[in-house]
Design a protein. Sequence first.
Length: 214
Amino acid sequence: MNILVIKANNRPASEAVSSKMYETFMNEMDGKDVNVTTYDLFEEDTPYFGQEIFNAFGKVQNGGELTDVESRLLTAKQKAMDAISAADVVVIAFPLWNLTIPAKLQTFIDYIYAAGFSFKYDAEGNLVSLLTDKKAIFLNARGGLYSAPEAAPMEMAVNYMRNVFGGVFGMQIIDEVIIEGHNAIPHKAQEIIAEGMEEVKASANRLLEMVVHA
C-alpha cells in the first residue's frame, strides 16, 4: 500500500498545530513496513493556476515554445497528478487559515482537479468520480471553535476538502482528526492539543492495521 502524506503548512511544529499533527503521524509511520511518501507543498515549485497553464496546453497541442512559467506549471501539475496516481491512501495535514485552506493546498488541488483525471462527465452530463479506488485521511487544526452549529457554516477548509476529495474525486474518507479551540480557549490549549495528538497516533495506527490486513 502506497501512502502519500501531503504537508500543507510550513510553520514549525512548535508553533503550528497542523505541522505537529504531520510530525506525529510521520513518527508513528517511522520504522513500519509501509511505503510512505511526503509531498511538502511549501518545498515544491507550485506556480499559481491561471491563464498561463491554458496557454501552455495550447502550445503543447500546436508545438509552440513554452515560457518558463508555462513549463513550470506543466511540470508541477504532472508531478501532483503522478503523486496522486501512485497513492492508495492520501493523508493531508492542513490548517484552517482565514476560514479556508492555505493557497498552496488550493494550488495542488487545482492541478489535480482535472476532467479525465479525477472526474469526468457522462453522456447525460452527470459528474462521474474517477478516484474511487483511493482513500483519504484529513488531519486539520483550527484555533477557533467551528464544530458549534452557529459557526459550522463559516468553516470552509474541512468542508471544502470533503466536497472535493470525497464528493468530486470519489475517494473514501476513512478518517478525520480535527483539533480545534486551542486559540479560543488558551487555558485549555495544552490539553486540547495533547488529546488531539493522541487521536493522530490512533489514526496512524488504524491505517497501519489496515495495511497489515490489506
